[in-house]
Design a protein around this ligand. Structure first.
Ligand code: BEZ
Ligand code: FE
Length: 248
């Protein structure tokens, strides 16, 4: 990011804040409280949560460099890089509690041609809505891992159905959410980052058709084009969707 761009955006932020201060006749005490609020959120480990909950969906929408295939979605605060490759196409261990579900589909380009060997980096909440490495009582690395599409672009991943969950709402971020009249629930979802040489990296989420929080997602990310029906067959439940990448 060039210095001149930082300068241009900073000037606009200051102009916007100037208008807001005048409109609301913001006092000096309120200004100090706002600074303390942001500091407190950071001190309590909510730096990414605070900004991702309120602003990341706007930036995903504004980013002109985003991938134009499958809709991109917020990364959120719970992504961890460098997770291991899954074994036996299984993100969930055999003893993972919850309803079993298989994710399958293909990685395609915008001409609907399959892209072999794409890397898919998944993370999800468990059946109680908890993320490993962030929520107590969950083993580190649980329900996180990478898999590869095969040479024909097909992927298959056995896992459990994640629960809807509230983003952490007992601290500053939750307080601010409730101040603006929003609940803290997210619809149930899988996160995935798709990488393939020569294509833009795609960060997205996959939802369940009919989820009651699709239209009132706490972080304003969920979109119905990414919500799929559960297909129930003798061999078990599955969610079938393709992931479309844009060439660089
Ligand atoms: C998430 O889905 O993991 C998430 C995204 C934005 C804010 C909080 C959580
Ligand atoms: Fe999430």
């Amino acid at each position: 990011m060039s210095i001149s761009r930082v300068g241009e955006i900073t000037k606009d932020i200051i102009d916007a804040i100037d208008k807001i201060c005048k409109k609301h006749q913001v006092t000096h005490g309120e200004y100090r409280k706002a600074i303390d609020f942001i500091g407190e959120a950071i001190d309590k480990g909510e730096r990414s949560l605070l900004f991702d909950a309120f602003l990341e969906a706007n930036v995903v929408a504004s980013d002109p460099s985003k991938s134009s295939g499958t809709s991109p979605q917020v990364l959120g605060p719970f992504y961890l890089p460098d997770m291991p490759w899954v074994e036996n196409n299984s993100l969930a261990k055999n003893n993972e509690p919850g309803e079993r579900i298989t994710l399958n589909g293909r990685v395609l380009n915008r001409n609907k041609e399959t892209l072999g060997n794409a890397e898919l980096d998944f993370w999800q909440a468990d059946a109680k809505g908890r993320y490993s490495n962030f929520d107590p009582g969950v083993a580190d690395g649980n329900l996180r891992g990478k898999t590869k599409a095969d040479a024909d672009g097909a992927f298959l991943l056995h896992t459990v159905r994640p629960a809807q969950y509230t983003i952490p709402d007992q601290g500053p971020t939750g307080l601010l959410l409730s101040e603006i009249g929003r609940h803290s629930w997210r619809p149930a979802h899988f996160h995935v980052i798709v990488r393939h040489p020569g294509y833009k990296m795609l960060t997205t989420q996959i939802y369940f058709e009919g989820d009651e929080y699709l239209s009132s997602d706490a972080v304003r990310a969920a979109s119905s084009d990414l919500a799929f029906p559960i297909v129930s067959k003798e061999e078990g439940a599955s969610l079938n969707f393709d992931l479309v990448l844009e060439s660089r």
